[in-house]
Structures are given as structure tokens and as C-alpha cells.
Design a protein around this ligand. Structure first.
Ligand code: BJW
Length: 253
């Protein structure tokens, strides 16, 4: 059983408003590789080669292929006990926001409802020319070069994810920032807290009075600034956390 401070448990039992930020670490135990851990996605590929728009234009075959590979990983992956625990945690609060940097859709598949996707969703695609959703087979198909293009206008098709230097989806950061500001407890789960603006959310929550805890297998770069760090895998720590509070709180009506 994971050890939590009395303060974290007491705050979660008493809270009306809880927000959670997740990163790639929560999906690691579902078999979805993280970015920056040993064996992660960027051990072999540099981010600037793949996760920005000019890299896509210079080598669309490489980037489309990389995302097709990752989409397959996500399609066969299943939500793990950490995702399921967050869906259960949501049922205990009237005001619960799950802010995720993940593009893998596993929170929704685990049953979470109030989700803010900061970096998009790898299961969706759109045309870079006409902007229309573009998913195979009806809206996109391979051209003579093998590149996936829009069936309407022949523009290149890209994943609906946020690359470096790109704006977050309209309203997403505003919703996440508001959830951080009003939270009484804020959990930062499985993120290295290196990528902004997401990495600023735990600090925002703390400044506005939340008790902020990090749940991670190792301390992130912001851990020292938070109230508590709970070390351990998300698929163990989150179910333990829900077990520790749920009998002390009725489900939200
Ligand atoms: C476990 C575990 C287990 C493992 N249990 N834990 C302010 C300061 C400096 C720079 C900037 C700034 N503001 C903006 C920037 C620029 C840039 C940025 O942040 N750069 C930094 C690298 C310095 N940000 C942007 O460009 C953003 N856009 C933006 O700000 O727009 C406004 C703007 C526009 C134009 C000009 C100027 C401003 C966009 C960022 C987009 C990030 N995109 C990616 C790719 C998404 C698509 C894809 O999936 O391919 O998002 S990058 C990648 O990193 C991905 C992730 O969501 C993101 C965060 O990674 P995450 O989730 O933290 O994963 P890891 O691998 O880093 O960490 C895993 C963690 O899990 C570790 O801590 C492990 O210990 C832990 N773990 N197993 C629990 N079992």
C-alpha cells in the first residue's frame, strides 16, 4: 500500500474541487512509450526531427509513418488501473477536471468524462491545406508517393496533435488554467513537467491555494516546488489513493 501524507488524504476527503494533470507516465503501464525516459520515443529520434511542422513538411513520409506506428500502439493498448482510478476519482467530485498532455485517448476509454486535451488526439487527422478532418478510408488515402493526402483537395494529412511552436487547441489552455486556479487539490501525474504551458499548471494551482502533489516514479524538475511527492508507478499509486479516500466520501450526486 502506497504511503500518503495525512494532509493529502484530508484535503482530498474535504475538497469540492479537484484537478489532475497527466503526462505520458500514466500510459507507460499500458505499453505506450513515454517521450524522455530511457527507451522512450525520443531516445532514437530527436523531437525537433518529428514534432514540429517544418519537420513534417521536409519529411512527411517519416512523420506520417511515425504517427501511424504510434497510432497502432495506442489502438491495441488498454487503459490501465491508473486511468481507471482517475475515472473513479471523478465520480467523487462535482468539480473535477482531468487535464492531459496525452494524445492517446486512454482516459476517455477508461471512463473519464471532463477531460481537457492540451496536445490534441492522435486518433484524429486533418488536412494541412483545407483544414478538414481527414481520416482514412473516406476522407484520406495514399497518393502515388505513398503519402496520405486529403481526398477533397490532395493536401497533406497530419495528425491532430500539437507540435512545438504551435498553439494549443482553442480554449484548451484557458480551461486547464481555470481548473488549476479553482482547484483545492491538484495532482500532477506521470509528467516530466518540461513542456510548457502544461508544466506551469501545478505552480498556478499552488499560487491559488491548492495543495499540490506529484505522483511519479521519479521526481520531476518541479517536484521541489510542490507540497508533496509520492513515488511509485501510477497504476499502483492512483488505485491506492482512491481506496484511501473513497469510503470517507460519498459519490457526487
Ligand atoms: C511514470 C511512469 C509510471 C514513467 N508511473 N510516472 C516557456 C518556457 C520555455 C519554453 C516554452 C515556454 N512556453 C512555450 C515554450 C515552447 C515549448 C516548450 O515547452 N519547450 C520546452 C521543451 C522548453 N512549448 C510549445 O511549443 C507549446 N506551444 C506553445 O507554447 O504555444 C504558444 C506559442 C506558440 C508559438 C510561439 C510561442 C508560443 C506546444 C508544446 C507541444 C508539445 N507536444 C508534444 C508532442 C505531442 C504530439 C505527439 O504525441 O507526438 O507533447 S512534445 C511531448 O512532450 C508531448 C507530451 O505531451 C509532452 C510532455 O511530455 P510528458 O508527458 O511529460 O512525457 P515525458 O516522457 O517527458 O515524461 C514522462 C514522465 O512519466 C517522467 O516524469 C517519468 O518519470 C514518468 N513515468 N513511467 C508514473 N509508470
Amino acid at each position: 500500500m502506497t504511503a500518503f501524507s495525512d494532509t493529502l488524504i484530508e484535503r482530498l476527503v474535504a475538497a469540492d474541487r479537484v484537478s489532475v494533470l497527466t503526462g505520458a507516465g500514466i500510459s507507460a503501464e499500458s505499453g505506450v512509450p513515454t517521450f524522455r525516459d530511457p527507451g522512450g520515443l525520443w531516445e532514437k529520434m530527436r523531437p525537433e526531427e518529428l514534432a514540429n511542422f517544418s519537420a513534417f513538411l521536409s519529411n512527411p513520409t517519416l512523420v506520417q509513418g511515425w504517427y501511424a506506428h504510434r497510432r497502432h500502439i495506442v489502438e491495441v493498448a488498454q487503459p490501465n488501473a491508473g486511468h481507471v482510478a482517475l475515472a473513479e476519482l471523478e465520480t467523487l467530485y462535482h468539480d473535477f477536471t482531468l487535464v492531459t498532455q496525452n494524445v492517446d485517448d486512454l482516459h476517455r476509454r477508461a471512463g473519464s468524462r471532463n477531460i481537457v486535451e492540451l496536445h490534441g488526439n492522435i486518433m484524429r487527422n486533418y488536412c494541412v491545406d483545407c483544414g478538414q478532418p481527414a481520416d482514412e478510408p473516406n476522407l484520406a488515402s495514399p497518393d502515388e508517393r505513398g503519402l496520405i493526402v486529403c481526398t477533397e483537395c490532395s493536401g497533406l494529412v497530419r495528425p491532430d496533435v500539437v507540435w512545438f511552436g504551435e498553439m494549443l487547441p482553442l480554449g484548451a489552455f484557458e480551461a486547464a488554467d481555470a481548473a488549476a486556479r479553482r482547484a483545492e487539490v491538484f495532482l500532477s501525474v506521470g509528467t516530466s513537467a518540461i513542456v510548457y504551458p502544461a508544466a506551469g499548471l501545478p505552480g498556478t494551482a499552488k499560487i491559488h491555494g491548492a495543495f499540490v502533489a506529484e505522483l511519479n516514479i521519479r521526481e520531476s524538475v518541479i517536484a521541489d516546488d510542490l507540497h508533496e511527492v509520492v513515488l511509485g508507478p501510477a497504476a499502483t499509486v492512483l488505485p491506492d489513493l482512491v481506496r484511501a479516500i473513497k469510503d470517507k466520501r460519498p459519490p457526487a450526486k
